[in-house]
Design a protein around this ligand. Structure first.
Ligand SMILES: C[S@@+](CC[C@H](N)C(=O)[O-])C[C@H]1O[C@@H](n2cnc3c(N)ncnc32)[C@H](O)[C@@H]1O
Length: 466
């Protein structure tokens, strides 16, 4: 389980950070640590991890993603530990991020080493390296950068000080709730207010990586056929329910059989409910109002031959809808894509009402933090009010385009009630012609068994009185 550092990263590549004149070589753990620090620095400056990872050289991306995601899940603790150990951090944001990355990897290595029988589920996705390797490679990473060379001794001393006094330092650090739950204080307070019985479980669950869940494209294949192909490729997987299959260990899509053939899409179990909840029949006119990158658009098209319009304000993301539909063999003349603001009906609506509308509106994404662990550090408390106002404007506008007798499914990948139940209740009270039908409401990401666990989602289904 323990990774020894240099030999672990076996891909031969043409990237050597900040030493472009040197010949290509196999990337080392110090390269990964440095690239992870650059990504953590980007997040602390307000950039999303997926955007910043896209700029990381391909050869380092998988290892860097693994480390950077892990750091995001332990950032509250790393910050508190750093504050105890380093009274005056040098004014160098990259070095600051390097400290956070190295302390996290070191604490992880020490925690793993302390366990007599490490639980494979707990450690499956964690970057675990030997203690001495972490110290050595972190100091090498600092030494590889002109602007951090002077801080090598400080880094070395800090890491060794942590090894010597870890228990006392952790106890002191954990006096701060941000270090215990690894979420910002305002987020902890919000979850605690909204879920007084479950807030601690919810915050802890958000630090456990989710499974990789597939949705089988029943137009192309069957669940049994995909399970057989996975078994033949020695990829452990279970059938969760309906079209959902969970892989025990996430892996790149092109390493899983059937991706290019369009046999399946990666989609969380909770997100897979949207395509099942919206009542659609062949021939219906359907709107997917916030469609990109098209996960749910594709599911609707897999379920019924409908005439579908997919809207999104983001042209680049809309192109991904087209690519996904093409890969899944779902692009046909009954599907059209349009870059437009769903709330501005006059800009895109031809006046023909819809039988069914999916409103998977933009939100804080507080339900998917286990998959996007940077989100909690990027959001601000005020974002909840802003997104709730945007959601309201979108659903109110969309309601005018629903046919009498038609349906609108409101969905968010959030656990904050302002974007879920409160939004649905206020929608009902503003629209006396909206009948609220049975739908799951708030799905909380609390399932203990990781293979069947799911993200946090909210669903409310409305029918328009005929
Ligand atoms: C939660 S994501 C949708 C995910 C998508 N339904 C799927 O399953 O792949 C929300 C989307 O809403 C889009 N969006 C934001 N504001 C919008 C607006 N006013 N009108 C239409 N789309 C909007 C965003 O660009 C984003 O792609």
């Amino acid at each position: 389980m323990i990774k020894s550092g240099e030999n672990e990263l076996t891909q031969v590549v043409a990237f050597v950070p900040n030493t472009p004149s040197k010949p290509s070589r196999t990337p080392t753990l110090s390269d990964t640590i440095l690239a992870s620090a650059q990504n953590v620095q980007a997040v602390l400056a307000g950039r999303s991890l997926s955007d910043s990872l896209a700029a990381t050289p391909a050869s380092l991306r998988a290892s860097t993603q693994s480390v950077a995601f892990h750091v995001m899940r332990r950032l509250g603790l790393a910050r508190a530990v750093k504050q105890i150990l380093v009274q005056r951090t040098p004014p160098n944001p990259l070095f600051d991020a390097l400290l956070l990355v190295s302390l996290t990897l070191l604490d992880t290595a020490l925690e793993y080493a302390d366990e007599a029988n490490p639980d494979p589920d707990k450690w499956r996705q964690a970057p675990v390296y030997a203690v001495h390797t972490v110290v050595d490679q972190a100091v090498t990473a600092a030494g590889s950068q002109h602007r951090m060379r002077n801080y090598k001794a400080l880094l070395n001393g800090t890491l060794r000080g942590f090894i010597r006094e870890r228990s006392a330092i952790l106890a002191q650090a954990r006096e701060n709730p941000e270090a215990v739950f690894n979420h910002p204080a305002w987020w902890i307070a919000q979850v605690r207010r909204s879920y007084p019985q479950q807030w601690q479980d919810l915050l802890h669950a958000a630090n456990v990586p989710g499974p990789m869940t597939l949705r089988v494209n029943l137009r192309q294949t069957t669940v049994a056929q995909v399970l057989d192909a996975l078994q033949a490729a020695h990829i452990p997987a279970i059938h969760v329910r309906d079209e959902a299959i969970a892989l025990l260990t996430p892996r790149p899509v092109n390493e899983v059989p059937g991706f290019e053939q369009g046999w399946w899409s990666v989609q969380d179990l909770a997100a897979q409910q949207a395509g099942r909840l919206l009542p659609i029949q062949p021939g219906m006119r359907v709107l997917d109002a916030c469609a990109a990158p098209g996960g749910k658009t594709a599911h609707l098209l897999e379920r019924a031959d409908v005439e579908l319009l997919a809207l999104d304000t983001d042209q680049v993301r809309l192109e991904r809808v087209a690519q996904n539909l093409e890969r899944l063999h779902l692009n046909n003349s009954s599907v059209s894509l349009c870059c437009a603001d769903a709330a501005d009906v006059s800009a895109w609506w031809d006046g023909r009402p819809f039988d069914a509308i999916l409103a998977d509106v933009p939100c804080t994404a507080s339900g998917v933090v286990r998959r996007h662990p940077d989100i909690r550090w990027l959001r601000r408390a005020a974002d909840i009010t802003k997104t709730a106002a945007l959601q309201r404007s979108i659903v109110d506008a969309l309601w005018t385009t629903v046919k009498p007798g038609g349906h609108l499914l409101y969905a968010t990948c959030s656990i904050f009630p302002q974007e879920g139940e409160q939004q649905a209740e206020r929608f009902s009270s503003r629209h006396p012609d909206a009948v609220r039908l049975a739908a799951p409401g708030q799905w909380l990401p609390l399932e203990k068994d990781q293979t069947v666990s799911h993200d946090g989602f909210f669903y409310a289904l409305f029918a328009k009185m005929a």
